[in-house]
Design a protein around this ligand. Structure first.
Ligand code: FAD
Length: 364
């Protein structure tokens, strides 16, 4: 790999994809069938060379693994290369106004018409719909079946006639997610993934990957500053002003250590050939609240400066000498309430842990 990086010091997304370095754990030819140890080494070599993978979080994190799981060879060949290279961006058309946590209540309909599907309905909170080329779409194909049984899983071209995308501006002032209205949208028959009416099983594959993807070390779903960055920030500013702030800082640091150990536990479970099971949900439940604790403390520590909001670029925090009024921290604080909502709410994660890990009775 070092030789390859020597020959390709500034690889394009396509070159990284074709070398298998974007998702090395995927099966060949899209990945390298890499075991967890090899994956860690590849990550380290990329970091060492300052090479970044293409950005396509929903594509690489969620749509791709589902296509790997259930797509036909033609579907994989069509969609996975530009997905891995970042040439085609993806979004996720799952949530609806009446179907969030209870996703299986979704009412968007897809009806067969010859060799096409005709889709009508509304989606909401669709991150990146306005810049995506493709969307993974859940729609009801059999309204007479019980609610989990009549759903199918599609790939929707986001430029199809009948799709209207309306921006939703969130509390940070940014336009990340959208409402998406689908009126008589025609989707080619071969854009159905897996068997008809079997979409719920595939949705579970997507959501399982979502919980893993959102579990890096940064405070904001694995991105952004860490507890250690906050400790550095406060230390750099002359230390905690009072014992109460110091206590909170130590608590946040302890949480970060617990999360680090949970992460190692997940890695060693995979190394030992065991599925990570409920750990991903346990970790997400703790990590989301942890992100909010970091951001709350950063805001309190900044004092009146925290009232100065900005929309500076993400990055530049932590060790690079950011100040408490750095706009990236205020953006992080404004974004942090979303952590316990998106990708499964805090309550839903607890339900999963209760049922899958602790064996408690099912949520009524
Ligand atoms: C930043 C962000 C990005 C997002 N991006 C996308 C995207 O790209 N695509 C997409 O499809 N969706 C996206 N979502 C939507 C997200 O998946 C939903 O917000 C989430 O599933 C919760 O659904 P809801 O908002 O309808 O809340 P609801 O399900 O209505 O929940 C409301 C409240 O009721 C509680 N509750 C619900 N059911 C139970 C239960 N059984 N037990 C206990 N408490 C319960 C919840 O915990 C919550 O507090 C995004 C959300 C956020 C915040």
């Amino acid at each position: 790999m070092r030789d390859w990086l020597h020959e390709h010091p500034h690889p394009t997304g396509r070159e990284l994809a074709e070398a298998g370095y974007v998702a090395p754990h995927w099966a060949t030819p899209y990945g390298l069938d890499a075991d967890p140890l090899t994956q860690l080494m590849i990550d380290e070599e990329l970091r060492r060379s300052g090479v970044r993978r293409p950005i396509n979080p929903i594509g690489i994190g969620w749509a791709g693994p589902t296509l790997m799981h259930a797509g036909t060879e033609e579907q994989k060949e069509r969609w996975l290369w530009p997905l891995l290279s970042g040439e085609e961006f993806w979004c996720q058309l799952f949530s609806e106004p009446g179907a969030g946590s209870d996703l299986a209540s979704l009412t968007t309909r897809a009806e067969r018409d010859g060799d096409q599907w005709v889709v009508n309905g509304q989606k909401v909170w669709t991150s990146y719909a306005h810049i995506a080329r493709w969307g993974i779409l859940l729609a009801r194909t059999d309204p007479t079946a019980t609610k989990h049984m009549g759903i199918s899983y599609f790939v929707c071209p986001m430029d199809a006639p009948g799709i209207e995308i309306r921006p939703l501006i969130d509390m940070t002032g940014e336009h990340a997610f959208n409402e998406v209205f689908l009126s008589d949208v025609r989707i080619p028959g071969d854009h159905l993934i897996g068997p008809e009416h079997a979409g719920w099983e595939l949705a579970k594959v997507t959501l399982g990957n979502e919980r893993v993807s959102l579990s890096g070390e940064g405070a904001l779903w694995g991105m952004g500053p860490t507890a250690e960055d906050l400790v550095d920030l406060i230390r750099g500013a002359g230390g905690a002003p009072d014992p109460f702030t110091r206590d909170r800082l130590v608590d946040v640091w302890i949480e970060a250590q617990i999360l680090r150990v949970l992460r190692l536990r997940m890695v060693s479970a995979v190394l030992a050939g065991r599925a990570p099971g409920g750990e991903a949900s346990v970790r997400k439940a703790i990590a989301d609240a942890h992100g909010q604790h970091i951001m709350d403390l950063a805001r309190d520590f900044a004092g009146p400066h925290a009232m100065l909001s900005g929309t500076g670029p993400v990055g530049g925090w932590g060790r690079s000498g950011a100040s408490p009024s750095d706009p990236t921290w205020s953006r992080g604080f404004l974004f942090s309430p979303a952590l316990t909502v998106g990708g499964g709410t805090a309550e839903v994660q607890r339900n999963i842990v209760a049922e899958k890990v602790l064996g408690l009775p099912r949520d009524p």
